[in-house]
Design a protein around this ligand. Sequence first.
Ligand code: NDP
Length: 395
Amino acid sequence: MSTVLIIGAGGVGNVTAHKCAQVPEVFSDIWLASRTLEKCGRIKESVRARTGREIRTAQLDARNTADVAKLIRQTGAKLVIHVALPYENLTIMDACLEAGADYLDTANYEPPDFPTYSYSWQWPYDEPFKEKGVMGLLGSGFDPGVTNVYCAYAHKIHFDEIHYVDIVDCNAGDHGQHFATNFNSEINIREITQKGRYYEDGEWKVTEPLAVKQTFDFPGIGPREACLMYHEEMESLVHHIKGLKRMRFWMTFSENYLTHLRVLENVGMTRIDPVLYEGHPVIPLRFLTQVLPQPASLGENYEGMTCIGCIFEGVKDGKPKKLFIYNNCHHKETYEEVGSQAVSYTTGVPAMIGAKLMLTGVWRAPGVFNMEQFDPEPFMEDLNTYGLPWREKEL
Ligand code: NDP
């Protein structure tokens, strides 16, 4: 029986709040805090209507460590689930240290003026977290998150050595909008416009943004072309997979999405440096984010499904083996269940499961951890129980 504080009332925050409310035996008291209080209120009403539970809400700017620490103390939260933006990771981790609460997030820290994807800012919290006796779980979404757990599970159950891993992420859904991103637009576009990077033979190789493409056959969807990108889970996974020779990350995009993105880039709307507009500094990408549909608004009428998983090649009992572990998630079903599209759902459910395992002591140790550092089996079981069942396919 524990109090949890969820920070961020967007698409992912909505799912996390509903899923925590579905597990009252662990999450006995739920607080939801975010920058815009009305968004917390809408989620509170939906949680009440769907689960009959009352959650409590608060206004909070998570960039202010003292305010976050004060709210942790006021609420008595044992754990903070951070599903706001990656700019706030460090202030919230500092607040957890100050107030003595555990910490969980779904994306690594990003400096606002320098898009970069690295755990190098958060891993150094390991010592202070150990000293304080609190735990931080990094990247408990789907990718990062479930993909790390799939790797740990493949390693534990299916392979003696894993040589090649391709993480593949396909959203074959249609939300009916001309252009929208499935999670926070600013964070999404910053990530997608970066150079690609993959790991091979002990080093990182760099490619031009979205320049390398390959077709994969996605179960339930069919063949789709995907683009090679850098993705943060690879940074920790390359340290933890025995025998690894190559790891890559692939994501599909529709032609329509890529065309819009190209135009927005060409006209300067994805810039993250301030531009003076009528005497006021304006960051074009932030302004664009305000005019695009919000991820939380995309659920209604969203058709189709996602398929995210890992393709492994390696050796078991001296024989070569190739295996795909994946999940299919339907936008319509997640909308019916919690009022959110599948991309928010596939992130919010693992956030709840990570929190559940921490609060029940199944995954608990002082310090800062990535997902693959714990026993994957309880997490894999919970994925089946709480809405993200996985399948295995020998290739
Ligand atoms: P949204 O934009 O829908 O929601 C973000 C929420 O955070 C908004 O309610 C926003 O408030 C709030 N927020 C932003 N800044 C602050 C702040 N300083 N203090 C308090 N609240 C703040 O994004 P999503 O829900 O789609 O994504 C949330 C997170 O999940 C992102 O970090 C994203 O990277 C991560 N993610 C991870 C995935 C994974 O698989 N690991 C996949 C998808 C997303 P306001 O409305 O006032 O702006």
